[in-house]
Design a protein around this ligand. Structure first.
Ligand SMILES: NC(=O)c1ccc[n+]([C@@H]2O[C@H](COP(=O)([O-])OP(=O)(O)OC[C@H]3O[C@@H](n4cnc5c(N)ncnc54)[C@H](O)[C@@H]3O)[C@@H](O)[C@H]2O)c1
Length: 361
């Protein structure tokens, strides 16, 4: 990257202007002093118009076909937040055009697609980011730092819960793409479990060696949006799985959309030879802390102490993409290669659920 590129804003084209784009991607691009939103794309003209008006993008830079956005000369990097079934083709097309990209999770529908995407990205020497958003939570980064410094010792166990409640029958969520295998790949597993898999790998620095899973569906029929008919849910409402990681670390995950009273609740507990830590999200809204039990005194008293998170662990997802593009990244955001590992674990869990046995990665 030239000096001139380093000092000016990089032109971003965003594809897929739904919930996560409106809530995280577009505001994050706008906030960044290093990025400039220059083009938009959505197959839904209403979604396109709404974002166009909000961010004041000219007609010439608003598209319903992602290839047109990728071909737009002002687009230097592509930001992708469409449903899962189009991630691969859009990111692959961006890579073929030699444009770096930020991609939502789960990165693809299968590990074969993930391998192809990783390969073309490597071959073209492109920068990439996968939006494993919880890597940007300061408490998570603090936990990783404590583990990296060896303060927890050898890690024996990690327990990870990711609970939401919007699957419950009385929430009446219709048959949106997240319930259709052809569009989403898997249900709670790919949606929430992919984050859990990445979080534990990120925090511990360990790779998965083998997995075994149990998944199920509680509500089998849901109303087709805009119709009186119902259609079949063919993905998991919950998925619980265990994993063995490097160094014999044994991890268990509980992932569900049927946890009454939960919003976007996560809890991760880490138990090592020298200490233990607990991270939670959303249990007490707006708190940013971890709980630690370290050293003889805490251990004897069985006390976990709440620690506030030092400011230096603050991070921002879209600014991290800008930093990657400008060669000043902190190496903590996920790249396509982390996404590739993640997809292999997801596929192995699905394989294990089907076979009812452990699957080695
Ligand atoms: N990182 C996170 O924490 C997080 C949170 C929520 C969603 N996500 C991911 O973000 C993605 C989108 O989720 P969402 O909740 O915003 O979905 P959504 O349904 O609200 O929005 C998707 C948008 O993409 C558009 N779209 C569909 N196919 C397209 C195509 N081929 N080209 C252009 N536009 C297209 C749709 O019209 C829609 O506006 C999913 O992959 C999801 O897993 C990630």
């Amino acid at each position: 990257m030239s000096m001139e590129q380093k000092s000016r804003r990089i032109g971003i084209g965003s594809v897929g202007l739904g919930n996560i784009s409106k809530g995280v991607h577009l505001p994050g691009i706008e906030r960044s002093p290093d990025l400039k939103l220059v083009a938009l794309c959505d197959i839904d003209p209403k979604a396109l118009k709404e974002a166009q008006e909000k961010y004041n993008i000219p007609d010439s830079h608003c598209f319903t076909n992602y290839q047109d956005l990728i071909n737009c000369p002002d687009v230097e990097a592509v930001d992708i937040s469409t449903p899962n079934d189009s991630h691969f083709e859009i990111a692959y097309a961006a890579a073929m055009a030699g444009k770096p990209y930020a991609l939502e999770k789960p990165i693809t529908m299968t590990r074969e697609e993930a391998d192809k995407l990783a390969e073309i990205t490597r071959e073209k020497g492109l920068k990439s980011m996968v939006c494993f958003s919880y890597r940007f939570i300061p408490a998570v980064r603090y936990m990783k730092d404590i583990i990296d410094r060896g303060l927890i010792g050898d890690i024996y166990h990690v327990s990870m819960q990711y609970f939401q409640a919007w699957g419950l029958p009385d929430a009446n969520v219709p048959l949106v793409w997240r319930y259709i295998k052809e569009r989403t790949g898997s249900g709670a597993l790919g949606d929430l479990g992919s984050h859990g898999i990445d979080l534990v790998r990120f925090v511990t620095g360990k790779e998965y060696k083998k997995v075994i899973g149990h998944a199920g569906t509680f509500v089998h029929e849901r109303k087709i949006p805009g119709s009186d008919e119902t259609g079949k849910v063919d993905v998991d409402d919950f998925c619980n799985y265990m994993a063995e990681m490097d160094g014999n670390t044994s991890v268990n995950f509980q992932i569900t959309r049927f946890a009454y009273g939960r919003g976007n609740y996560q809890r991760m507990e880490v138990y090592g030879s020298k200490g233990a830590m607990v991270y939670h999200l959303d249990a007490t809204p707006n708190t940013n802390e971890i709980e630690v039990c370290m050293g003889e005194v805490n251990r004897e008293a069985r006390v976990f102490t709440k620690l506030p998170i030092p400011d230096k662990f603050k991070a921002d997802q879209m600014q991290s993409f800008a930093d990657i593009l400008k060669d000043k990244g902190d190496d903590l955001a996920a790249t396509i290669f982390d996404g590739q590992r993640n997809q292999h674990v997801l596929d192995s869990i699905l394989e294990s659920v089907e076979k009812g046995e452990w699957v080695t990665l």
